[in-house]
Design a protein around this ligand. Structure first.
Ligand SMILES: [Zn+2]
Length: 373
């Protein structure tokens, strides 16, 4: 496909509802060339046009670029510590279908069976239109798609094992959930347009990513962003990663359980949400302690990275709503005075729990567009 066709698909994907005239302007081509490009992509069943809503002004009616009704689709899959979900996503990022269920922290083999059955079901509806899979997982992913999720005791898992049911598919991409959520937050969420965005996500542990001018820093081996394993926590606590004093162990559900003298919860995310929502005093005290640990660490990262904003996802959204003052007080106290006059804002991730799956869909679409038709 010509570079301009690829660029036009990128514009249609990034700006759902863009008019043909606006797309031509963004590509720097004339209206005649744009019309020709659109009709070629329509012949290939990649793009379609629809009448634009009347603007009220006079002049020739324009059209908006929309996904082709028989066009390619991606399956975005998110596996979390407790559940799985699969969405079918069309050009422009809209989900056409969504299916989900719990997995209860089972073995990888059991989770694979659940996910592949769901994808098979989606294939019965959408057939060969499903051309790519984007996968979000709660661990680190190597360039050859091997997963290590210490929290779930899943080690050296070959993610290509999710591949066979999609034999007609050409693209499989996979990434860490927090990294994908950071990417999505910078593309379609609260960090859109930021120069340097820091995204932190609390689930079982804490992850995240730095997005520099729209580009996620993934590290040399794709395992960057493990902020939860910086030694901002209690050195007496050993983390599942093997290190001691990890920050993640001071801010997640296991931290709340420890503070409350309760055993480590098997469902740290649901557990954390229950405790954060509680109104009784021991729980409130534990939540305030965790909030302060979160704010203090964020200050350290902002001092180091000079981020212009911080977005919080996962349980971080709940924590910010329930203990925003405690997070902010610890954050401000830890900031260098030069940063304190206008502290980079701490914002809840607008994509919320959808961040990882949105990022997986975006990643799959980004790769698929380069390989169409
Ligand atoms: Zn650790």
């Amino acid at each position: 496909m010509t570079t301009r066709s690829t660029e036009l698909l990128r514009v249609a994907h990034a700006r759902p509802g863009v008019t043909r005239a606006e797309a031509a302007r963004l590509l720097g081509v004339g209206t005649g060339a744009a019309t020709e490009l659109v009709s070629r992509l329509a012949q290939q069943s990649l793009l379609a046009e629809a009448p634009a809503a009347p603007s009220g002004s006079r002049g020739r009616p324009t059209t908006v670029l929309v996904p082709h009704p028989a066009g390619p689709l991606v399956v975005a899959v998110a596996i979390t510590h407790e559940a799985w979900r699969a969405d079918v996503v069309e050009l422009g990022g809209k989900a056409l279908a969504s299916t989900r269920g719990p997995h209860g922290g089972e073995s990888w083999v059991a989770v694979t069976a659940l996910v592949t059955a769901a994808v098979e079901q989606l294939r019965e509806t959408y057939g060969d239109r499903l051309r790519a899979m984007g996968l979000s997982v709660p661990g680190t992913v190597s360039p050859d798609l091997r997963l290590d999720a210490s929290g779930l005791d899943w080690h050296d898992i070959d993610l290509n094992s999710l591949w066979p049911p999609l034999s007609s598919t050409v693209v499989l991409v996979a990434g860490n959930d927090a990294t994908l959520a950071a990417a999505a937050e910078s593309t379609r969420g609260a960090a859109t347009g930021a120069a340097v965005a820091l995204h932190l996500r609390i689930e079982g542990g804490l992850g995240g990513a730095v997005v520099d001018q729209g580009r996620v820093l993934v590290g040399a081996r794709g395992a960057g962003g493990e902020f939860g394993h910086m030694p901002f926590g209690d050195p007496a606590i050993t983390c599942g990663c093997g290190a001691s004093g990890c920050w993640g162990t001071a801010v997640d559900g296991t931290a709340l359980a420890r503070l409350l003298g309760q055993p480590e919860p098997p469902d740290p995310v649901s557990y954390a949400r229950r405790i954060i929502a509680a109104t009784t005093e021991p729980e409130r005290t534990a939540v305030r302690t965790v909030a302060a640990a979160l704010g203090r660490g964020m200050a350290g990262l902002v001092n180091a990275l000079d981020a212009d904003l911080v977005t919080l996802g996962g349980v971080g959204v709940d924590l910010l709503a329930a203990a925003g003052p405690e997070i902010n007080a610890a954050y401000r106290a830890g900031l260098m005075s030069v940063r304190r006059t206008t502290p980079p804002p701490i914002l809840p991730a607008t994509l919320g729990d959808d961040g990882p799956i949105a990022g997986a869909g975006e990643e799959a679409w980004a790769r698929l567009i380069t390989q169409l038709p």
